[in-house]
Design a protein. Structure first.
Length: 542
């Protein structure tokens, strides 16, 4: 049996002991006094340490990780002097007051310590300015290559800041320059970048009028009355119509090749939304009566899932049953598709009325346009479904000088906005239209006054129509471009005219294989363009 000493026996009977009492053996029974520590981290400057730091108290490992701007609280610290260290500081950062601190902890108090870290840059930046001038600037921009490494995209006109360069000398090259453009001065350039300073560098580029330097014959064995292709940034694809029964041409990585259609449709115009969805227009022959020379009806084909099928629901206007009609060209915007053409006299083939077919994504509507019974529409283009242009002519057997027509659709109504020719001493036929935008519409065709034809190009700037080209002995059939300052007009005699926004220059296709009448044009880029005639397709390249 254990026996307590008398003093302890008495104390064991007490409910609570007062603070500061001693044990029976003379030891203090209360806990030692403690304090706390509040540490704050503040980092400023350039290229601050992304990994943060490590706080170590009295050398006890592991320490406590903290970010570059943070705080940390220590509790239960014994009173007296302690040592606090901040480690893991990047070489480009410094602590003016030192990384090691001696802190005195008082009982029941909180000591505060502030670390201010200042970081300096270890790399430099290079600000590069690119300026491009000329009629046909490089539309897809350039690439800046530093020391042969990764590239930085740069626009045709603009600034690019290249960061994180090691101070010292570097070689910078402007690449991706189009074939019709050249860099003024040295390229590449040597430049020295300085720590914590933004070094400036400039490139100047000059571009000539056209990116097409030569036209070559495409080994397709076939011609084209109309051409459409995808753009360079899209998957390769394209289609060409040539009027041959049951045939259309397609463009793949293997070039142009002929496709056989399910029926003997005769196609003259093409337009597409993508490499896999396109449209072709023309006509299909019908059984004709003994007294008729012409019997056909208009058709619109749609290509989906690799197959050309006739779109249903397309009918001529009521009251025109039995009158031959056909479609010459098509253009679309969104789900809308517009196709133009006209009626043909069944005996002599003379146009007997212009018409336009409009598909709104669900249904077809076909209406007759123009007052003359001898009118016909050749081409259609627009900038949106509510800004569409169609061009054509009037060709009556009793009128030697009939006018050309420009029609406009505003999303609701078609109206004639321009008539060329006076019907007395001068007639005209408008053959092609291309709308670069609502303020840049180009129309081509020719006038006739009893002498050689006069090729004309008209432009609409959003307010006024003006004539920007006229030349006797020229007959123009088609127009297309990549921008208002990169436009092509083409026609008879292998004529190709290029417009740079200010001046026209003449180009020509090789005589090899040509029949001399160029009818269709489209391109994937300013340096990749196709031109078609009835017997040949030509490819324009730098």
């Amino acid at each position: 049996m254990n026996h307590l000493p008398p003093c302890c026996l008495v104390r064991s009977l007490l409910v609570a002991l007062p603070a500061g009492v001693l044990a029976c053996n003379g030891q203090d029974l209360t806990e030692p006094p403690t304090g706390a520590l509040q540490v704050s981290i503040a980092t400023t400057g350039i290229e601050t340490d992304p990994n943060g730091y490590l706080l170590t108290l009295d050398g006890v490992q592991p320490g406590r990780p903290v970010s570059s701007n943070d705080s940390e609280h220590f509790t239960g610290l014994s009173t007296g002097i302690h040592t606090l260290d901040l480690g893991g500081v990047a070489p480009n950062c410094s602590i003016p007051e030192g990384a090691s601190r001696r802190i005195t902890i008082a009982a029941g108090g909180t000591a505060e310590v502030l670390y201010t870290i200042t970081c300096s840059a270890t790399t430099a930046s290079l600000k590069t300015t690119v300026t491009t001038r000329g009629a046909s600037p490089d539309r897809d921009g350039y690439t800046l290559i530093v020391d042969g490494g990764a590239g930085w995209p740069a626009g045709s006109n603009g600034e690019v800041t290249i960061p994180n360069l090691v101070p010292g000398s570097h070689i910078v090259e402007l690449s991706g320059v189009a074939a019709n453009c050249s860099v003024d001065g040295e390229n590449p350039q040597a430049v020295t970048v300085i720590l914590e300073k933004e070094t400036l560098l400039a490139f100047s580029v000059s571009c000539s009028a056209s990116q097409i330097a030569r036209w070559s014959v495409v080994e397709s064995g076939r011609g084209a009355t109309d051409i459409w292709t995808t753009q360079a940034a899209e998957p390769l694809g394209g289609y060409a119509a040539n009027g041959a029964p049951g045939e259309i041409l397609s463009l793949t990585s293997n070039g142009w090749s002929s496709e056989t259609l399910a029926q003997p449709w005769k196609l003259f115009g093409v337009w597409g939304r993508s490499a896999t969805e396109a449209f072709a227009v023309g006509h299909v022959d019908l059984e004709r009566s003994p007294e008729a020379e012409y019997a056909f009806r208009g058709v619109v084909l749609q290509r989906q899932a690799g197959v050309w099928l006739e779109m249903p629901g397309l009918k001529a206007p009521s009251g025109t049953e039995g009158v031959p009609w056909r479609l010459a060209d098509a253009w679309g915007s969104g789900t809308d598709l517009f196709a133009v053409g006209g009626f043909i006299h069944r005996l002599d083939g003379v146009p007997t009325g212009a018409l336009v077919a409009h598909y709104d994504g669900q249904d077809w509507s076909v209406i007759e346009l123009l007052e003359s019974e001898y009118s016909y529409l050749n081409d259609v283009s627009g900038s949106s479904r509510s800004d569409v242009y169609a061009v054509g002519y009037t060709a009556g057997p009793l009128h030697d000088f009939d006018p050309g027509h420009v029609l406009h659709y505003d999303g609701t109504t078609w109206s004639e906005v321009l008539r060329v020719g006076n019907s007395i001493t001068k007639g005209a036929s408008l053959q092609g239209v291309w709308a670069a935008s609502s303020t840049a519409v180009f129309v081509v065709g020719y006038e006739y006054d009893g002498g050689p034809s006069i090729g004309i190009v008209l432009r609409y700037d959003g307010t006024t129509w003006s004539e920007i080209y006229r030349e006797r002995g020229v007959t123009l059939e088609a127009v297309w471009g990549t921008s208002p300052s990169d436009v092509y007009a083409l026609g008879w005699g292998g004529t190709i005219l290029h417009y740079d926004g200010a001046n026209w220059t003449r180009q020509s296709v090789p005589a090899e294989g040509t029949q001399g009448i160029l009818l269709g044009i489209w391109g994937r880029s300013p340096s990749d363009i196709y031109v078609g005639e009835r017997g040949t397709i030509f490819h324009g390249t730098p």
